[in-house]
Write a protein that binds this ligand. Structure first.
Ligand SMILES: C[C@H](O)[C@H](O)[C@@H](O)[C@@H](O)C(=O)O
Ligand code: MG
Length: 395
């Protein structure tokens, strides 16, 4: 059965929210004195934008087939990503059948291995891969989840990431993940404030609501161990991304150090089956959290998820909107999903990639019926109000 071929690949950039969700206006919870590896420098503590967390911006990849169908996806890669797509990766797509997703992924990865392997190159490969899955599913007039084996449950349930777990509980989420605000360089006072915030949220949320801390790579092993033990008194469910993504050895130690019953999670800044193989085989964590827009796309997440399943590890992808929902709904070892609260407070649910996408589904009362995802592709459209820029229009 002959399938349409790829006739055009276009890469656009856009600023202000969207897939680079750290790229927000001032006063947003997501940029309010959150702990990071740059926190050792006082001048970079108040705002992550001050050290450049939002420099990349959003990459939009559009792939047009010979029958006129257009698949697209969005991720965090901006102009660098647009360069890689138009100057390097497009040669592995033009003229290919829309079904050649596995072969295209292999060529994109190994052709960029000399300068890629992780980071913005894998973000870019992920963006192309997601657009290919969107295109193929649209050609087949099916949702992406149907191409992945179909739903294993009737609905998704979500925990919420944001500054107000107490409000997330009222909105029906199963848990709330707080950003950690203070790093080791802020000493005992910072440590005390970290615990005080957790204690306050525990008192507001009651004993059964999941509370987690996201440490965004900002701690050392000793501090993370101390934090885990003190936070255990307030029922911390997991300690997330406490150490540098390169410190596999530290994570393996931390997992032995934390109190029984507390989970260690990481992975949003890890990429490919090889990176997650290291995390899993070194016993670094109980839950891996690949971002499907950063780890290699759906094609690679299928491999990563199978590896995790074989290690009895859960896969709870880092918030990436529809791109993770279509995956999570099809996997037994992905029992729940993350919803990143993008409202500035946050006291209401808004689409994660707002304002970039139309028809982007959001949890209602902390849940999302599988049927909500039953639209061709990933089921979203680009918002025509959002002006896109194509920096390498002439390839
Ligand atoms: C809330 C965290 O600091 C990050 O901003 C978030 O992107 C990520 O780490 C997460 O797990 O949602
Ligand atoms: Mg995180």
């Amino acid at each position: 059965m002959s399938m349409p071929t790829i006739k055009a690949v276009r890469a656009f950039t856009v600023r202000g929210g969207g897939a680079d969700y750290h790229d927000q206006a001032g006063g947003h919870w997501i940029d309010d004195h959150i702990g990071t590896p740059m926190g050792k420098y006082p001048e970079y503590r108040q705002s992550r934008q001050s050290f450049g967390i939002n420099v990349l911006g959003t990459l939009v990849v559009e792939i047009e087939a010979s029958d006129g169908t257009v698949g697209f996806a969005v991720t965090t890669a901006g102009e660098i990503g647009a360069f890689i797509v138009e100057k390097h990766l497009s040669r592995f797509l033009i003229g290919r059948q829309v079904t050649e997703i596995e072969k295209i992924w292999d060529q994109m990865y190994f052709a960029t291995q000399y300068y890629g392997r992780k980071g913005v190159v894998l973000n870019t490969i992920s963006g192309v891969d997601l657009a290919l899955w969107d295109l193929l599913a649209k050609v087949r007039k099916e949702p992406v989840h149907a191409l992945l084996g179909g739903p294993v449950r009737d609905e998704l349930q979500f925990y919420a990431t944001g500054a107000r777990p107490d409000l997330a509980k009222e909105m029906g989420f199963i848990g709330g993940k707080l950003p950690l605000h203070h790093v080791p360089a802020e000493g005992e006072e910072g440590f005390r404030k970290n615990i005080e915030l957790l204690a306050e949220m525990r008192s507001r949320c009651g004993d059964d609501f999941w509370l987690m801390y996201d440490c965004w790579m900002s701690l050392d092993l000793n501090y993370a161990t101390k934090l885990a033990h003190k936070a255990h008194e307030y029922g911390l469910k997991w300690i997330e991304e406490a150490l540098s993504p390169d410190d596999y050895w530290g994570y393996a130690e931390l997992r032995k150090n934390v109190p029984k019953g507390m989970l260690v999670t990481t992975g949003e800044h890890e990429a490919t089956r090889w990176g997650f193989k290291l995390l899993l085989e070194m016993g670094c964590c109980d839950i891996i959290q690949p971002d499907v827009g950063w780890c290699g796309g759906v094609t690679e997440l299928i491999k990563i998820s199978a590896l995790a399943d074989a290690h009895s590890a859960l896969v709870v992808p880092h918030g990436s909107s529809v791109y993770s929902y279509h995956f999570v709904i099809t996997r037994q070892n992905s029992p729940f999903a993350e919803f990143l609260m993008m409202h500035p407070v946050p006291d209401q649910v808004v689409p994660m990639f707002t304002p970039l996408l139309l028809d982007e589904p959001v949890p209602v009362n902390g849940r999302m019926k599988a049927s909500v995802l039953d639209k061709p592709g990933f089921g979203v459209r680009l918002n025509p109000e959002v002006k896109l820029h194509r920096p390498y229009a002439n390839g």
